[in-house]
Design a protein around this ligand. Structure first.
Ligand SMILES: *Cc1c(COP(=O)(O)O)cnc(C)c1O
Length: 398
């Protein structure tokens, strides 16, 4: 292992060489079932033929020209995203944090347009919005902020899934609410149904922007193209990144109505944002999601996996709750369980633990029924063994 990579990650001792669909192979040739998909990035699985073909074709033609010029793939991808979401326009960047930075800047400039000199944004406890200074300041997790003070100001924090806490804020500087429709890093937290509709109504009444961070929930993962669609509302602004390029870095900040008129020429930018390569990948991803009816598939498969997990783990007293929205699945245990990730890795299964005690599954949307069955069986055996309900029968090493 080299000492020349800055030690910003606690990495698992494995290096993957290739992938196909929901499977990865490490440099020793061992095979793994990937139930995390690069943290909700590879929604179409690994080496998806249509995405590969689009990238290869584009790389042979043109990678980058800059936003000094028109970019036809960027315009087409913006059209497609607007059509799928009901938004008016799109700013392209390269990551989730950057997409949220754009949303934060947009909200501030919206506030200045209302003659508010110090515009503020309401954000949530337990949220995650990224690692840049503004987005870590918006994030509701002290561990992510610690050591980087002074934080960026202009955020009010309230408990998640609590409308009254927001209604109680009377500060005239508030211009927007920023939240995840389902909290991912926060432990797969799903708010009460109707929560977003109440926030929509509150924002309309107070002339605030409703801004959703769909960086993790977007692109079909929760069972609809975007999580807000299931709640029957449309936000003013929402952000995307992770699964939009299936692994090619791309982020997007989408806006509607007055919010779509805020970031005008010279007010924001990104060198790589929306370049021909990234947008070719994004277009291939959108086409593959639509052709395969994968948002619908995520809804159906997520329900089936959650059902089987309930059947297998329902009487394990150490399982506190099994939560899911589409293929965003959380299994909360009554204890911290970070070491489960390594045990699963040894068994050839890639999972993640977040919020200390919640196993998070973010499998690719192309997962087959058979692969889903395998995932449930392996995970249930692991959880039972980990909580000492049964001993784990170690399958033969591959
Ligand atoms: C991953 C994530 C981000 C940050 O995305 P980066 O691409 O790592 O900057 C922001 N918000 C949510 C909800 C995320 O899951």
């Amino acid at each position: 292992m080299t000492m020349h990579v800055m030690p910003t990650y606690a990495r698992l001792p494995v290096c993957f060489e290739r992938g196909e669909g929901a499977w990865l192979w490490d440099t020793q040739g061992k095979r793994y079932l990937d139930a995390i998909a690069g943290i909700a990035v590879c929604g179409l699985g690994h080496a998806h033929p249509a995405v590969t073909a689009a990238i290869v074709a584009q790389a042979g033609k043109l990678l980058h020209t800059s936003n000094l010029y028109r970019i036809d793939h960027q315009e087409t991808l913006a059209d497609e995203l607007a059509r799928a979401s009901g938004m008016d326009n799109v700013f392209f960047c390269n990551s989730g944090a950057e997409a949220n930075e754009a949303a934060i800047k947009l909200a501030r400039k919206y506030g200045h347009g209302l003659n508010i000199d110090e515009p503020a944004i309401i954000v949530m406890e337990g949220s995650f919005h990224g690692r840049t200074l503004a987005t870590l300041s918006a994030t509701g997790n002290r561990k992510i902020q610690e050591g980087f003070e002074p934080l960026v100001g202009g955020f009010f924090r309230v408990p998640y899934d609590n409308v009254e806490a927001i209604e109680a804020i009377a500060d005239p500087n508030v211009v927007a609410i920023l939240l995840e429709p389902v909290q991912g890093e926060g432990g797969v937290r799903i708010p009460t149904s109707g929560y977003l509709a109440k926030l929509r109504e509150l924002c309309d009444r107070r002339r605030w922007l409703l801004m959703l961070d769909e960086v993790q929930t977007g692109m079909g993962r929760t069972g609809s193209w975007f999580a807000f669609q299931r709640e029957g509302i449309v936000p003013d602004v929402f952000t995307l990144a992770k699964a939009l390029g299936n692994g090619v870095p791309i982020g997007a900040c989408l806006a509607r109505g007055v919010a779509a008129q805020i970031l005008t020429a010279g007010k924001h930018g990104s060198t790589f944002g929306g370049n021909p390569l990234a947008c070719a990948a994004g277009l291939a991803v959108m086409k593959a999601l639509a052709d395969g009816k994968l948002p619908e598939r995520a809804a159906e498969l997520g329900d089936a996996i959650a059902d089987s997990l309930h059947k297998r783990l329902g009487d394990n007293p150490h399982v506190v709750e099994i939560r899911h929205r589409g293929l965003m699945i959380g299994v909360e245990l009554d204890r911290a369980c970070a070491d489960l990730v390594k045990l699963a890795l040894e068994q050839g299964l890639l999972i993640n633990v977040t919020a200390d005690n919640t196993i998070r599954l973010l499998p690719p949307l192309i997962l087959s029924d058979e692969e889903a069955g395998l995932l449930v069986q392996q995970l249930a055996d692991l959880v039972d063994a980990y909580t000492h309900i049964h001993s784990l029968e170690t399958p033969e090493r591959l």
